[in-house]
Design a protein around this ligand. Structure first.
Ligand SMILES: *Cc1c(COP(=O)(O)O)cnc(C)c1O
Length: 397
């Protein structure tokens, strides 16, 4: 019996991928083994995070890294590190930022609900640029000069949300920022795969980059990665770890902290509310290493097989109601475009699939265009036939 039924919760079929609302990705057994083994002994967390920093540096090409409680927490800590460095008075004050520079520039078109995590640090977002193409009122989007024109003495850095569609492109923006001595914090939470995006710090020169641990990395959903400049990672680490220690006894990992550079220990910082357990760290590092070594590539054939099963049933049973489009990059997906002859709208079909038994959740990002998306990453092999059968029965064939 499912552990969830034991608690009175009915399991669903998740065909919408590693979305947070549905609990992220399934963890490989190696990752779960790491979690269990890690719980059996004790290690000091700052030594474990220093080891994590080395593993993350190796996998990403960055100088240093930190395991955070999700990419969102990494955004909060990244902004906190950019604002405070190792100034203990500032660290103690967050999210109050009265009296020191706290503004981060962001393209208006890159604002999203996730930037609440940046604002939670106390940083203030200053929007720049217009996306005239979205407005169907021109073709131009946020431009470099608009960032430059917005820089003032209150500017501490730039927030950039990375994707293959982002504009302006990252590298010239970083060059501009560095000419003004401003660090760039990059949200690349869901931009893995492709695997090369893991080395974004190295390829772009970004100061800090965040990734989710619970999406395609297949680590615990409550983990994430912040990687980049060593001094900023040290600040983020200082603001996250528990600080209930005597400065005289504190024996910090040398590669991150030099005691001589600090007047004392800070109190618990803004990131103390975003702690990560030793088990989560061990599990995430195991997942990261597997992803970086290409060990997940073998799973892709199984994902394609799920899509093939659904495709062959739908093309045989209701060829006139749907048009299928397969994508293979950056990961396998199938778009189900509803034809005008289809008896249900995409929204209604989505609703009825969720109300069925077992409940089925499809990707709902393009409902307005009449498209349902199947992302097979979280499917078990037997789920494909169930999805196909339910779709056909709702479509009346
Ligand atoms: C998922 C996501 C986040 C949050 O990541 P968590 O690991 O869930 O905290 C932030 N930004 C973007 C763009 C995301 O897709």
């Amino acid at each position: 019996m499912s552990i969830y039924r034991q608690f009175g919760v009915e399991p669903i079929i998740n065909a919408s991928g590693t979305v947070t609302r549905l609990g992220g990705a399934p963890m490989p057994s190696e990752v779960l083994d790491a979690f269990r083994e890690a719980s059996e002994v004790t290690v000091p967390l700052e030594q474990l995070q220093a080891a994590a920093s080395r593993v993350i540096a190796e996998a990403t090409g960055a100088e240093a890294g930190l395991v955070t409680s999700g990419a969102a927490a990494a955004l909060t800590l990244g902004a906190a590190a950019i604002m405070c460095g190792t100034e203990l008075a500032k660290i103690a004050k967050l999210p109050q930022t009265d009296g020191f520079a706290n503004e981060m520039l962001v393209a208006r078109e890159q604002r999203s609900g996730y930037d609440h995590a940046v604002r939670a640090s106390g940083a203030r977002l200053v929007e720049v640029g217009l996306d005239e193409s979205r407005a169907q009122a021109g073709g131009r989007r946020a431009e470099l000069w608009e960032y430059e024109a917005a820089i003032t003495e209150n500017t501490v850095g730039i927030l950039y949300v990375f994707s293959s569609e982002s504009q302006p492109s990252l590298q010239p923006l970083i060059e501009l920022a560095h000419r003004h001595n401003l660090p760039v914090l990059v949200d690349a939470a869901a931009q893995l795969p492709p695997r090369e995006n893991l080395r974004l710090v190295e390829s772009s020169g970004a100061d800090l980059v965040t990734y989710s641990g619970g999406k395609a990395l297949r680590g615990p959903q409550s983990t994430g990665i912040l990687c980049g400049r060593r001094d900023l990672i040290a600040s983020a680490t200082l603001q996250m770890l528990d600080m209930d220690e005597h400065f005289e006894l504190w024996d910090p990992p040398q590669e991150l902290f030099k005691r001589s550079q600090l007047p004392g220990l800070p109190r618990n910082g803004i990131g103390r509310a975003m702690k990560v357990s030793k088990e989560e760290i061990a599990a995430l590092l195991t997942a990261l290493t597997m992803f970086a070594n290409g060990e997940y590539d073998a799973l892709i054939d199984g994902e394609r097989a799920c899509l093939d099963t659904i495709k062959s049933v739908l093309t045989a049973e209701c060829p006139d109601l749907v048009r299928l489009e397969e994508q293979d990059h950056p990961s396998p997906k199938m778009l189900i475009r509803l034809e005008s002859s289809c008896p249900l709208s995409a929204l209604e079909l989505c609703r009825r699939l969720r109300a069925g038994s077992p409940p089925i959740y499809l990707g709902h990002g393009q409902l307005d265009a009449g498209i349902l998306v199947i992302d097979p990453l979280c499917l078990r092999p037997e789920d494909a036939a169930t999805i196909a059968r339910q779709l056909c029965s709702l479509l009346g064939s």
